[in-house]
Structures are given as structure tokens and as C-alpha cells.
Ligand binder design. Structure first.
Ligand code: AMP
Length: 245
């Protein structure tokens, strides 16, 4: 039995896939705070766009999330605890940075499209739940981690797992080990966990995936779409036009 499987407060929903116990007050707090938007009011064409700012704009929820995740890694035996937190561009930065501060660990950025300075290592192109103009690649700075590093990979959401896999590939390329992949919310129907575990003949099949909650815990009533909005109008208002509204 792995250390994560022994921890109380979590459910192993499928092999090496954990969530917070769904009836726990903390899971309910997060699920009740999480807002989603329909395609009409979203930057991407997905049935429900989950808005991480609905969590970060509520200090009690943001700190609960950070503490739950930090306590999970503090509970590991010392020699299994992460040495680095790695966040995915861009919403993984929001969750990962306070986690790294809470744990007193370095926070490493995985950035899209070679936006970082220095010597970089680039992932294979990857696809996501929604289509971009061109497939993204992710980069990490050479030397940010090495063969002595144990990392937690962190993002806001896991859907198809394409983004997640790019991080696994980069961590492996630099010789480090993934302790766990962590996200606020998972969409199990899109099979992201299976994709990570099946990647390259299952080389990461023993790496645990942890999401605080599942999408099914977020109710239809949490839709953030404005009720009174003329659907012919753009959802984006020019600041210079605000005075006349
Ligand atoms: P995927 O690679 O398909 O697992 O998609 C995960 C990445 O895309 C994460 O970095 C998310 O920020 C973003 N993403 C995908 N689907 C959604 C969604 N329904 N709501 C919000 N973000 C999403």
C-alpha cells in the first residue's frame, strides 16, 4: 500500500487516482464555491469552463485548498516529500505558488511557447480539451530540477490529460521524479488520468494523481453566466464605453 493510500480524508476513486472525501466539509466548501461558465461567456468552447478565480477570490476557500494540499505532502515520510513544486502556465501558477511558499519549497514554472529566458527544454506538442490555433508545447529551464529532485506537478484542472503529460515528459527529461500530479478539479469523463497512466507503455502508471474534487460535485446552479444580458451583445465591454452604460 502506498503512503497516499494510507492517508485518511481521501478516497482512491480508481488505482492511483485520489480525491478529497466528497462528503467532507472541505470538499463541499470548494465544490460550492466553484463557478463555471457556458461557452457564450467563456474564453474557450467547452461545455463548462471552470473559473479558478471563483476560488481565489474567496480567501477562506483559497487558504483551505492550499492547506489541504500542503498537509497532504507534509504527511509523507521525510524522504518521500517533494523537493520542488512545479506549476503549469498559467493557472497552475496561481495554485502552485502559495503551495510552494507554505511548504518552503522552490516554485518552478512550466511555460508555454518558450516564454522563459535561459537554456530551455521543450516538450512534445500536446492537445487539450479545447483546440488552440496550434498545439502548445511546454518548456522548463534546464537545471531548474535535477536527478535528486522529487516534484509535485500542479495545475487548476485536468481534462484530457494532454497538458499534464507535457510536464511528466519534462520532469523525466531532467532526470527527476514526480511525487504526484495535483489539480483543483478533474473531469473524469475525459479520461485524463488514464492517459497519464497509459503514456509510453505505462511508465507513469504508479504515479498518483490527486484532484480536490470532480466536476460532478459542482452543481448546475453554480453557472456564473449573467442572467440579464442581451445575447446579441459581446461579453467584453470596452473600458472607454463604460461611462455611457
Ligand atoms: P487537458 O490538457 O485537456 O487536461 O486540459 C487541461 C488544461 O486546459 C488546464 O491547464 C486547464 O487550465 C485548461 N482547461 C481544459 N479544460 C478546461 C475547462 N473545462 N475549464 C477550465 N480550464 C480548462
Amino acid at each position: 500500500m502506498t503512503e497516499f493510500a494510507k492517508m485518511s480524508g481521501f478516497t482512491e476513486v480508481s488505482p492511483n487516482y485520489f480525491t478529497l472525501n466528497k462528503d467532507s466539509p472541505k470538499a463541499k466548501l470548494i465544490a460550492e464555491a466553484f463557478q463555471w461558465y457556458s461557452p457564450k461567456f467563456s474564453p474557450k468552447d467547452v461545455p463548462r469552463f471552470y473559473d479558478v478565480s471563483s476560488l481565489t477570490e474567496k480567501p477562506e476557500v483559497f487558504s483551505t485548498m492550499t492547506n489541504v494540499i500542503a498537509d497532504r505532502y507534509r504527511a509523507l515520510p521525510k524522504d518521500q516529500q517533494p523537493t520542488h513544486i512545479i506549476g503549469y502556465d498559467a493557472r497552475g501558477f496561481i495554485i502552485g505558488a502559495p503551495l510552494a511558499v507554505a511548504l518552503g519549497l522552490p516554485f518552478v514554472l512550466l511555460r508555454k511557447a518558450e516564454k522563459s529566458p535561459g537554456l530551455l527544454v521543450k516538450s512534445d506538442p500536446y492537445a487539450k480539451e479545447y483546440t488552440e490555433k496550434a498545439p502548445d508545447t511546454m518548456v522548463i529551464r534546464q537545471g531548474a530540477i535535477d536527478s535528486t529532485s522529487r516534484v509535485v506537478l500542479i495545475d487548476d484542472l485536468i481534462a484530457t490529460g494532454g497538458t499534464a503529460v507535457s510536464g511528466f515528459q519534462l520532469v523525466e527529461a531532467l532526470g527527476a521524479k514526480v511525487v504526484e500530479f495535483c489539480a483543483c478539479i478533474g473531469i473524469p469523463f475525459l479520461d485524463g488520468v488514464a492517459r497519464i497512466h497509459a503514456y509510453q507503455d505505462g511508465k507513469f502508471k504508479n504515479v498518483p494523481i490527486f484532484t480536490l474534487i470532480h466536476d460532478s460535485q459542482v452543481k448546475d446552479e453554480n453557472c456564473g453566466d449573467p442572467k440579464e444580458w442581451d445575447s446579441n451583445k459581446s461579453r467584453v465591454i470596452e473600458a472607454s464605453n463604460m461611462q455611457s452604460m
